[in-house]
Design a protein around this ligand. Structure first.
Ligand code: GEM
Ligand code: ZN
Length: 375
């Protein structure tokens, strides 16, 4: 048996692979960080034999309570990813699988490769409605890609979307793929209507370095980008620095920051109720967005989510809080589950790349609904 992870977003350390019934592994920490939880590795072995993989350091991961009821994903063809038997016991995450073929990939969630990211942005620019821009360099020397969709203009509403500040939350870029696919679909009435008076600024991957490195939560120097929005720097957080500068240039009327959550088996939003400038206008815009999304899809709910911030107590280093405060605009963090949507469970796939894409399409319809309101 051979276990490898030397590939795009690969992450595993082999401790002992002498027995296929008791393979001992550890997840590697994000570089220069204490965070870890994302894993992605390849097993070349014998089909038809029962394998048992024990991730020994699972209890020390960033969100260990997220392992409860979690099922790992696996794939033979790197396209179709399905859930495999997984239990969290005695502090270890144990994956039990009898592969049908000799070579299998296992991961925390369906990976979104840097190659797919490059194809996403380059195919998008083929559209007459889309321009591909480069905002600057990451610390490993990758581009910070921005897609501008729609004709820019002073009177236009400006909608900003960022995704994957936390690179292991790959559902965020699957969401953007679905959002963008609909937005560029010239047969889609919602897309055609919203583009009449709105321009979209979309960053499909805020953290390409962390993505390729197989990180859960940080960039190349171990920085959590979603705590950098008040005082970003070129030395520590150029990804945030460059995107924030562009936002200050364009202005923002609506902002969505797309994430994944390790523990809560739901899709939900986190708003700006703790911001100093939060008022009835913003509360009413938040409600209009949520009501629209509740009507559009049963995949969204507003009962379960993060505890609300106390008035004036928001952490303004967090993207959606800083943007909401800076531009006095509707600004949401959108969270999808690593596990499943408990309201609409799917035993074979759980929450998935395809459901993330569909949720992105549905959120575009909610944006169209609320962007017309007095922002
Ligand atoms: C969160 S997202 C920020 C939470 N925002 C509010 N308003 N509570 C984080 O960055 O810790 C979770 C995530 O990473 O997805
Ligand atoms: Zn996140």
């Amino acid at each position: 048996m051979k276990i490898t992870s030397q590939f795009d977003s690969g992450n595993i350390d082999v401790i002992d692979q002498s027995s296929i019934g008791d393979v001992q592994l550890n997840i590697r920490l994000d570089h220069q960080s204490e965070f870890f939880q994302w894993f992605h590795f390849r097993v070349q072995s014998e089909a038809g034999k029962a394998h048992r993989f024990r991730i020994l350091n699972a209890s020390k991961s960033a969100y260990a309570d997220g392992w409860q009821d979690y099922q790992a994903v696996a794939s033979y063809d790197r396209e179709n990813w399905f859930r495999v038997d997984t239990v969290y016991e005695n502090g270890e995450l144990i994956i039990s699988h009898t592969p049908e073929l000799n070579a299998t990939y296992y991961a925390y969630f369906t990976p979104y490769s840097y190659e797919r990211h490059q194809s996403l942005i380059h195919q998008a620019q083929l559209s007459d409605h889309c321009e591909l821009h480069d905002l600057g360099d990451t610390l490993d020397g990758r581009d910070i890609a921005l897609l501008v969709v729609g004709e820019e203009g002073e009177s236009k509403r400006k909608v900003w979307i960022t995704a994957r500040q936390h690179p292991g939350e790959t559902m965020a870029e699957w969401f953007v793929e679905g959002f963008l696919e609909r937005l560029l679909d010239e047969e889609d009435g919602v897309a055609r209507r919203v583009l009449e008076d709105t321009v979209f600024y979309i960053v499909p991957n805020m953290n390409p370095d962390g993505s390729v490195r197989g990180h859960l939560r940080t960039n190349a120097v171990g920085v959590n980008l979603n705590r950098e929005w008040q005082t970003p720097s070129l030395e520590k957080s150029p990804e945030v620095y460059h995107v924030r500068e562009k936002m200050l240039e364009t202005g923002v009327d609506l902002y969505l920051d797309i994430h994944g959550d390790e523990a809560l088996p739901y899709n939900f939003v986190a708003g700006c109720e703790g911001n100093p400038s939060y008022d009835d206008r913003l509360a009413s815009l938040e409600n209009a967005f949520k009501q629209a999304l509740l009507t559009i899809t049963p995949e969204f709910q507003d009962e379960y989510g993060y505890p609300k911030d106390e008035p004036g107590k928001a952490n303004l280093t967090v993207a959606s809080n800083w943007v909401g405060e800076q531009f006095r605009c509707l600004a949401y963090t959108i969270e999808m589950p690593f596990k499943d949507n408990a309201d609409l469970p799917d035993a074979e796939y759980g929450w998935s790349d395809l459901r993330s894409m569909q949720f992105g399409r549905d959120v575009l319809a909610a944006v169209n609904h609320v962007i017309k309101q007095k922002m």
